[in-house]
Design a protein around this ligand. Structure first.
Ligand code: HT7
Ligand code: ZN
Length: 854
């Protein structure tokens, strides 16, 4: 395989300050004529090399003259040139309707759209398709007017008109030099929800969210989120939008969540369309977060882009950090932090502990699409958060101001970002830079020894980062740990919160005047993305779960208490549930707490997260342990769950933090009532399902029913299907709910669903809803006979032929074989070997599957 290495970076031989693109758009055959002004970057004699994939040029001209002195190499076009500047013209023909990879120009729902990040532009035309070649783009589009009445591209619209043959044309111009991965166009039958945003300097920006006419009413939330994001970025980061228009287009077939193309974001429709009947609170929140994320990229990604793809976290980690801050400001910051950490632990920690572990700035890749990972995005955001924590808010803002000022209009590196932070703050981040180069999740151990006689408490901290592929020896990192000591008897603060920067393998911190036994609260706010191991007793964890004044630490104490109980139970077949039950009771009884927070705290850790704590994952034992604890918590606290359930009833749907919190708690309570085995549980769930005036309540009830055996399960599934059979996004929920079911026959149901008339691998959302969801259903996927592995491997091999990127993203569950017993490990390896041996396998899949075997 061809490996691309960070250390091999060299600047481009040729720059392309300007490009004009001329499209004759048609789903079956689109002609693309490109005119590139190319300039030799330095005194070298190397030819011009333009990347390309899957095309042959119909013509090549140099300075207006057709030439034959060119050749194709690795899909790209090589043209020897004599001078220091030339005009190159190429013409190709591409077939959007045959593009199932959804990279480059493709058809979705009868419309045409593009996806160019990371390397899709080379599937549209020949070009130096690398992020450090920045060009000003002019785009001319011609298309059939009846079929494609709307023609959009980056930047500002310049002119448009009709042609005599029923076609029409439009010209767009983007004055900001940009890399090819930010190019976009859309041709379609779309309508816009429009608004105006007045920027902080008083300029009016025309906003438009473009969708099918039938979906227009579902765009209000996204449009409001866009306006809120624009104002937030001005207020919090001083960043103003720069063009006169900002358009977003929603498409149904999309490999990812959304794309930040300059002035023309293209979104997976699941991150735009919402109303109470079809979208859950989770969907509403995700829409606001993704709209904000893509908008924020205008500065962190577009105005300052990445020098090369190894720097991907420069834009993605920082932008996730920015969107997390935005979302935290829209509702409960505590709940947002808990959700983000839960997501990090579910996706990134296993990645960092497995065969695909890589630093947030990787050193090599085969296929860059495989590196749009939780590590680059979410751990990347944690790294920025740690810088913000170490610097404090003022110095961090000075650092971002300096970074934006220094690197505006350039393709920058992670090092440029860190150096800006250092220069603005005066803080030395030399050792901190290890976070960019070392993979793996550091493990911290912490224990406090108290000497009552002298009133001295000694905290011993140590750190160790486990080996990861290619990195066996790790150096100590800088770990910003917020900590505090509470009195075990009085619950008083014995030592105020302080930020400790642990930068040694181990360290001791002495606290004087500690008059009673201290209880340690550590990694408050999850100040460092590490695993903390402490010797705190169940009693101390229960104490913190009731008294800690840091909401995250309070949640964490409860999680740890639950985890300790569940791991013991999974290992021994039984455990004492009383401490967990008492702690949950205490949380439910605390009237001062926000219901949204309560709902997070009382949830048991997932099967997968319990497995992550064990030397060997035993999926059946974990499932039994978790079910037993759920049943006990449900039964013991039945009155409280029913009281919480009743108290959370609302007269009508409202989308507000308070109403969302109540809905969340309501469904969590319903889950515990069902887990208790109460005879009326299915009836209660079905009642909620039928009476619901919103999708959150309806889906919550469905999720409860699908894991059971009641007649209401079938009824609810049928009603849901019939009601939403023409709504693809809601139908995804129907598939997903069944794939996540705790029933014994989930695999049979999922296999049957894979033959359902509404199932297709061609739509990434649908493939992820069934196959992706099933492969994270720990118990069903890891069935001892390997049938789950075989089913997923079959599906991924089929999906790879259509859409390698989407298929490769679903390999990691099979790569977790080292975490399981020998029999399961052999079965998983067998499937990975079968995948690797598949003729015609994509390089996306080859990289993921072969690395997973190593
Ligand atoms: N920057 C965008 C990444 C993206 C992408 C990557 C690979 C293949 C398809 C893709 N679509 C979008 C999304 C973002 O982080 O904002
Ligand atoms: Zn992004």
């Amino acid at each position: 395989p061809h490996v691309i290495r960070r250390e091999d970076y060299t600047p481009p031989d040729w720059q392309v300050p300007e490009i004009a693109l001329d499209f004759a758009l048609d789903a079956a055959a689109t002609s693309v004529r490109a005119t590139l002004n190319v300039v030799r970057s330095s005194a070298h004699d190397r030819p011009l090399v333009l990347d390309g994939a899957g095309q042959t040029p119909l013509s090549v001209k140099v300075d207006g003259v057709a030439v034959n002195d060119w050749w194709l190499k690795d899909g790209g076009l090589v043209i020897p040139l004599r001078g220091s500047a030339h005009v190159i013209e190429t013409e190709v023909e591409i077939a959007p309707e045959r593009n199932t990879q959804l990279m480059g120009l493709y058809a979705s729902g009868g419309n045409l759209c593009t996806q160019c990040e990371a390397e899709g532009f080379r599937r549209i035309t020949f070009f130096p398709d690398r992020p450090d070649v920045l060009s000003v783009y002019k785009v001319h589009m011609v298309a059939d007017k009846a079929r494609y009445p709307v023609l959009l591209a980056n930047g500002d619209p310049i002119a448009q008109g009709d042609l005599p043959d029923g076609r029409h044309w439009a010209d767009w111009h983007d004055p900001f030099p940009k890399p090819s991965y930010l190019f976009a166009l859309v041709a379609g039958d779309l309508v816009a929800n429009r608004a105006t945003f007045t920027t902080m300097s008083g300029r009016d920006v025309a906003l438009g969210i473009w969708v099918r006419a039938a979906d227009l009413a579902k765009t209000e939330h996204a449009l409001a989120a866009l306006q809120t994001s624009m104002a937030w970025d001005e207020r919090v980061y001083g960043r103003e939008y720069d063009l006169d228009v900002f358009n977003i287009v929603a498409v149904d077939d999309f490999n990812f969540g959304a794309m930040e193309n300059k002035g023309l974001n293209i979104f997976n429709s699941r991150y735009i369309l919402a109303d109470a009947d079809t979208a859950t609170d989770y969907d509403f929140d995700a829409i606001a977060a993704v709209v904000a994320h893509e908008y924020f990229h205008n500065w962190s990604g577009n105005r300052i882009t990445c020098r090369d793809w190894f720097q991907l976290s420069l834009k993605e980690g920082f932008t996730v950090f920015r969107d997390q801050g935005f979302s935290a400001d829209q509702g409960s910051a505590a709940v947002k932090r808990i959700e983000d950490v839960r997501g990090l632990r579910a996706a990134q920690f296993p990645e960092d502990a497995g065969p695909l572990a890589h630093p947030i700035r990787p050193d090599e890749y085969q296929e860059i699409s495989n590196f749009y990972t939780a590590t680059i995005y979410n751990k990347g955001a944690e790294v920025i958060r740690m810088i913000a924590t170490i610097l404090g808010p003022q110095r961090f803002r000075a650092g971002t101001d300096l970074y934006f000022e220094r690197f505006d209009g350039t393709a920058a590196t992670c090092e440029d970002f860190v150096a800006s932070m250092e220069a603005a703050s005066g803080v030395d981040l030399s050792q901190f830079r290890l976070w960019y180069s070392q993979a793996g999740t550091p493990r911290v151990t912490a224990s406090v020894a108290h000497d009552a006689g002298s009133g001295r408490a000694t905290l011993t901290l140590s750190q160790r980062t486990p080996p990861t592929p290619g990195q066996l020896d790790k150096q100590p990192m800088v770990l910003p740990l917020k900590l505090k000591l509470f009195g075990a008897e009085t619950a008083q603060t014995l030592a105020a919160e302080q930020l400790v920067l642990l930068d040694q393998p181990s360290e001791q911190i002495v606290f004087e005047g500690i008059s009673e036994r201290p209880v340690l609260s550590i990694n408050r706010g999850f100040s460092a993305p590490v695993v903390v191991e402490t010797d705190r007793s169940a009693a101390d964890l229960a104490f913190l779960s009731a008294h800690d004044d840091d909401p995250f630490a309070r949640y964490e104490a409860m999680q740890q208490l639950m985890l300790d109980t569940l791991v013991e139970s999974a290992a021994n077949g039984t455990a004492d549930h009383r401490a967990v039950i008492a702690a949950i009771a205490g949380t439910l009884d605390d009237a001062a707490l926000d219901p949204a927070f309560v709902a997070e705290v009382v949830l048991l850790p997932s099967d997968a997260f319990i497995g992550d704590q064990m030397a060997r994952v035993d999926p059946e034992a974990i499932f039994r342990a978790r079910e037993a604890l759920r049943r006990d918590v449900g039964r013991s606290l039945d009155t409280r769950w029913r009281a919480a359930y009743d108290a959370a009833q609302a007269d009508s749907f409202e989308y507000s933090p308070a109403a969302k919190g109540l809905r969340r708690l309501k469904t969590v309570a319903l889950g515990y009532i069902a887990a208790s085995g109460a005879a009326d549980a299915a009836g209660l769930a079905f009642g909620q399902f039928e009476a619901a005036d919103n999708m959150t309540d309806r889906q919550g009830a469905l999720a409860t029913l699908v894991s059971g055996d009641s007649p209401e399960r079938i009824a609810a599934l049928d009603i849901f299907y019939n009601r939403y059979s023409d709504n693809a996004l809601v139908l995804d929920k129907w598939f997903q709910a069944q794939a996540l079911s705790a029933r014994d026959d989930t695999l049979e149901i999922v296999a049957e669903l894979s033959r359902h008339r509404d199932f297709t691998l061609a739509n990434p959302n649908r493939a992820r809803a069934l196959i992706g969801a099933f492969s994270v259903n720990q118990r069903a996927f890891n069935a001892a006979d390997g049938a789950g592995y075989r089913f997923v491997a079959d599906q991924l091999i089929a999906l790879d032929r259509l859409n390698p990127q989407t298929a490769a993203k679903m390999i990691p569950p099979l790569g977790r074989w080292r975490r399981f017993d020998a029999a399961r490990a052999a079965l998983m390896r067998g499937e990975l070997e079968r995948i690797v041996a598949t003729p015609g396998l994509s390089k996306d899949m080859f990289e993921q599957a072969s690395k997973s075997l190593a």
